[in-house]
Design a protein around this ligand. Structure first.
Ligand code: GLY
Ligand code: MN
Length: 479
């Protein structure tokens, strides 16, 4: 948890933005339900608790069954939560009072948890606009749906609460929260650096464990152990597979085999829930084959290019397209594609090899704020999302600003089903040399990912240490 002034200042800034949303007396309230415990199977055997990220950002309390309301007319704040009773003390031990928890985040007014529901109902019944963020958990979706009498799907979509005519998540509140959370404060960057150090340690442990005969699952266990011993745990389900061409491969049943490559995309949360996200692709026998190294070097150059281009003012969409051009140039050198680079970029040929975007925002969530709407988070108002494979999956296209934290994660994959689909449908317009590409059908995939902080004059890689990335450095580290 940060100093209480951090949270109070965030709420002050949010209030200042929301004051422009309507004239005084008509603005209504902003409601923030924190997360409740979620049972894995029966009540009493819950998933490990993870607080709702915007609640954590503005109200700081990392415990279940808290909620808060910010009155956008009066500026009053109220924190809702229950003091423990003797039953709770028997099972959980003594706990600080809700009042003292409120005090620790700069909130002086508190009330029992159930009073939150009453306050929301009362505001809605009296015609006051109720602003809320799109929810990610079903519990809060159902809670708001019941309290406000709107369909559950409306709780997850955003609209202007003053004009939409139906009750939905508040577009104004959502945009205000995004504008604040996108620009990371110094205390947040410190936490992300810590998460990146844990990410460095987990990937280092994985690299040391990666040798023929070891089970992929063993390496996952070693990596995830690091995250629990050094921080809160993983920032997303670990992706680790020798079938790296499957972008989010969570099956770890194979044995490390000489001659293959192991793609590891994994990150950690610091104890305060800031994320890291790194990908490295390792040669299972310690050395890349010449064929692997050719593709690896193209991906590594793309990663470096994005790092060199990322700076205030440049849209990350343009960095994605520059990376696509560099990738196609490299693949052309290997005879896998042919044509003018600009034509290939325009036709989206890079999407066959990299069907995902160059990167995403990162912060309290590894894909920061995607619960609030991918396009609202990742696109400026004057940008529209493409439909092309690859560019269409770009989650962060915005003009970069100092304080943005983004990932730089190019990859090249040979996905047999996608290659045969493009071939059958002529999607490549004659620019893909299938005879050459089909020699890579058992190649797998390579992705290389670092986390970047946009600074005043460029960017810096987050974390105190960088994982080896040059092919020869990876081989040296594995020897
Ligand atoms: N690290 C997983 C992803 O960015 O989708
Ligand atoms: Mn990522």
């Amino acid at each position: 948890m940060f100093e209480k002034e951090i949270y109070a200042d965030r709420r002050r800034r949010l209030l200042a933005i929301m004051k422009d949303s309507a004239s005084e007396g008509k603005r209504g309230i902003a409601v923030f339900p924190g997360n409740a415990d979620a049972p894995q199977n029966y009540r009493g055997n819950d998933y490990k608790f993870r607080q709702e990220s915007s609640f954590l950002y503005f109200w700081g309390i990392d415990e279940p069954r808290f909620a808060a309301i910010l009155d956008l007319d009066s500026g009053e704040e109220m924190l809702y939560g229950d003091d423990v009773d003797i039953d709770d003390i028997i099972w959980m031990g003594p706990q600080p009072s809700v009042a003292s928890k409120g005090e620790s985040v700069g909130v002086s007014a508190t009330a029992p948890y159930n009073a939150f529901a009453e306050a929301v109902r009362k505001a809605a019944a009296s015609g006051r606009p109720v602003h809320f963020l799109p929810t990610s958990r079903y519990y809060n979706t159902m809670l708001l749906s019941v309290l406000l009498g709107c369909p559950a799907e409306n709780v997850r979509k955003t609209a202007d609460v003053y004009t939409s005519g139906e009750i939905c998540a508040s577009l104004g509140l959502t945009k205000a929260v995004i504008s604040l959370r996108l620009i990371k404060e110094a205390c947040e960057i410190e936490e992300i650096d810590k998460a990146c150090e844990i990410g460095y340690l987990m990937h280092t442990a994985a690299r040391k464990a990666c040798r023929p005969g070891v089970k992929e699952q063993d390496i996952v266990g070693i990596m995830e152990g690091v995250t629990i011993s050094k921080g809160w745990g993983v920032s997303f389900t670990t992706i680790l597979s020798q079938n790296g061409e499957t972008l989010h491969n969570h099956s770890h049943h194979q044995t490390i085999t000489p001659g293959r490559m192991l793609l590891i995309d994994a990150g950690a949360e610091s104890n305060t829930h800031y994320a890291s996200d790194f990908t490295r692709t390792l040669p299972c026998s310690g050395k890349f084959t010449p064929k692997q190294k050719d593709i690896y070097n193209i991906v590594e150059e793309c990663n470096e290019l994005a790092y060199r281009l990322a700076a205030p003012g440049i849209p990350y969409r343009e960095v994605h397209l520059a990376v696509a051009a560099r990738m196609l140039d490299g693949l052309k050198g290997l005879g896998l594609v042919s044509g003018h680079i600009d034509d290939m970029v325009n036709e989206g040929i890079a999407g066959l090899f990299m069907p995902h975007g160059l990167g995403h925002n990162m912060g309290i969530d590894v894909h920061d704020m995607e619960d609030l709407g991918e396009n609202l988070v990742g696109y400026d108002d004057d940008q529209t999302r493409a439909s092309q494979l690859g560019l269409g999956s770009l989650r962060m296209a915005r003009r970069l600003k100092p304080g943005h934290v983004i990932t730089d994660e190019p990859g090249i994959y040979f996905i047999p089903a996608l290659i045969s689909k493009w071939k059958a449908e002529g999607t490549d317009r004659g620019m893909v040399n299938y005879a050459a590409v089909e020699k890579y059908l058992d190649f797998g995939g390579i992705r290389l990912e670092d986390d970047l902080l946009v600074t005043e004059d460029g960017c810096r890689r987050l974390g105190p240490h960088r994982l080896p990335i040059k092919a020869e450095d990876v081989e040296a580290a594995m020897s």
